[in-house]
Design a protein around this ligand. Structure first.
Ligand code: ZN
Length: 202
């Protein structure tokens, strides 16, 4: 399964000149929702991720996703693993478990995102699940931006990774892009204008 090809073919891996959410510039951008637009594709990606998790031998009772980005990936992964699917969401800036969702004491929870950058949202989700008495045993994402170390990858975690080193991160591929400070961006120097993909509806 060539994950990069799948992201390209679905319009989820863009090439051009982009402003990332960090404010830095890049030739590439991951528009993660696009890879989940086709339910069959979403299902096959989740099955591949579930296979990695199952072969690790780690027992999972529940998949929990931080809304909104992680919800579809989390739901498909839970279906592929045959476990329960819940999500946490932000209310007035703080992540909460709402809508009647509950976790049991010592329930084994995997936190799932569509994409892991530094893992900030995943950690907020993990903190609230553990405050409620359950155990977060692993993290997962379809794509990893390469700041955190995923199982099976030779790339080491970078200083800005927020995920704990003692819990595994399962992801299908690393997408490490060259990023530039706006003032040092070679594309800007060529006179090209950077765009924010999310804000342009593409
Ligand atoms: Zn630029």
């Amino acid at each position: 399964m060539n994950i990069e090809e799948i992201y390209k073919d679905s319009g989820a891996l863009l090439s051009g000149h982009f402003i990332l959410s960090s404010g830095k510039h890049s030739r590439n951008y991951l528009q993660s929702a696009k890879v989940l637009e086709d339910p069959k594709r979403a299902q096959s990606l989740a099955l591949a991720l579930a296979d990695m998790i199952k072969s690790s031998g780690i027992k999972i009772d529940t998949v929990c996703a931080p809304a909104l980005g992680g919800v579809i990936a989390g739901y498909e992964l839970a279906r592929a693993l045959g476990v329960r699917s819940i999500f946490v969401e932000r209310k007035e800036g703080k992540m909460e478990l709402r809508r009647g969702f509950r976790v049991e004491k010592d329930e084994k929870v995997l936190i799932c995102e569509d994409i892991i950058t530094t893992g900030g949202s995943a950690m907020e989700a993990s903190d609230i699940i553990e405050e409620l008495g359950a155990s977060v045993v692993a993290f997962a994402a379809l794509a990893n931006r390469g700041f955190c170390k995923r199982e099976g990858s030779n790339s080491e975690a970078k200083a800005n990774c927020r995920l704990p080193s003692n819990k595994p991160l399962f992801a299908l591929a690393d997408f490490e892009f060259e990023i530039y400070e706006p003032e040092d961006c070679p594309l800007c120097k060529e006179g090209s204008i950077a765009i924010k993909p999310g804000s342009r509806g593409n």
